[in-house]
Design a protein around this ligand. Sequence first.
Ligand code: FAD
Length: 421
Amino acid sequence: MRYEVIVIGAGMVGTSIAWHLQKNNSKVLLLDRKLPGLETSYGNAGLIQREAIHTHPFPRQLTELVRVMPNRGTDIRYRLPAILRYHQALLQYWKYSTPASVKKIEAEWQTLIAHCTSEHQTMITASNADELIRRDGWLQLHRSEDTLKIAAALAISDREQGVEHKLLSVEELKVLEPNANFDGFVGAIHWLNSWQVSNPSMLVKAYAKNFEDMGGTIQEKNVKEITPDDSGDGQGWKVVTDNDTYYCDDLVVAAGPWSNELIKPLGYNLPLFPMRGYHQHFKTTGKNTINHSMFDMDKGFVMGPMQQGIRITTGAEMTTMDAPKNFGQLKTVLKLARKILPLEEAVESEAWAGSRPCMPDMKPVIGPAHKHDKLWFAFGHSHQGFTLGPMTGRIMEELIHNKPVIVDVEPFNAQRFSKTK
Ligand SMILES: Cc1cc2nc3c(=O)[nH]c(=O)nc-3n(C[C@H](O)[C@H](O)[C@H](O)COP(=O)(O)OP(=O)(O)OC[C@H]3O[C@@H](n4cnc5c(N)ncnc54)[C@H](O)[C@@H]3O)c2cc1C
């Protein structure tokens, strides 16, 4: 079977790419070993983060490193095998995290974030998915006057970038969230123009359904191998799954944290590394209903109102993709969360875990592969791939169809790491 474009990976990123290409008259096949939106794009905190104009640099201050080292924190944990396996990527991450480097990276990153809500809106409208979206922002809670003061000053300067906020006292918080106990908190930033999705997986599925309604094809297949195919006129691609072979002109790899597995045999070795997160839902009752997602800034976890219940989402655990789940971080987080809201009945018997696909320079790879024609990469969106899927979809469509591109894509090229000294 031959298609104009095959997209591998039906997470938020791959589904959005397939949607844009199909809408613009390509014949597209979207391949995933699972149904759309069942991996990282399933388990995230569901925030479309217009406020996320700052990246997550590697901690460089000694005090911060000393805080993380004992491995008991709620925001970040690590396992030694992962440090060893990804040490080169981590070293690059450290190097890219100087203040001067972060300033440049953030300016590039912001070109993507600026379009995140408008690009989602286009797809939400087309997919009739409005009921999944709440547009009344989310709450960044602070336990310390110091961190609140710093965050408030930054939020004021972020206004220049179109990020809207309101500084809230504890009394104002109580009005917004009467069921929550804010003992120990000193105030919050209410990010006003970011959005909350009540079921992230269902949003991906809505986009995927609209892609099918436009004539796109989805196949649930595990891709084993991709190879150049020069049997036809000009260069194309052959995609081998467990039991089928597909052919296409252009091939897009959007397989999130698994992307490297597919492209390594072609001679690419990008410094992609996973940052795991866990979530668990608790049954919503009259006593714990909340209206906004709440992020405990000083402890690094999110409590979000989802269709499945209150979703408690942890910060990052640096571990390998295949490592068994370790619920230590989640357990500590749950102790803190239960002081804020009554969380009595867990919905799942075992917590979900998934991995943010991260790059050392905190920017995704979006663009052509540099060693092959008609091969395209779109992965590494780390903490904001759910936010940036539709924007990435638009960029990839414009690139593949050789149109003027909405932003300068040079900062996101796949070749940039081979230039690192
Ligand atoms: C705890 C947590 C909280 C987060 N919160 C947020 C948030 O609030 N907002 C936000 O913007 N981002 C958030 N993120 C990040 C976001 O979830 C990810 O960046 C995003 O989901 C990545 O999307 P993706 O499409 O690249 O990858 P995925 O959603 O993982 O999709 C990749 C797909 O590729 C498929 N695949 C892989 N290999 C193969 C193969 N060989 N054959 C066939 N299919 C294959 C997989 O099955 C998968 O479906 C969070 C992440 C975590 C872990």
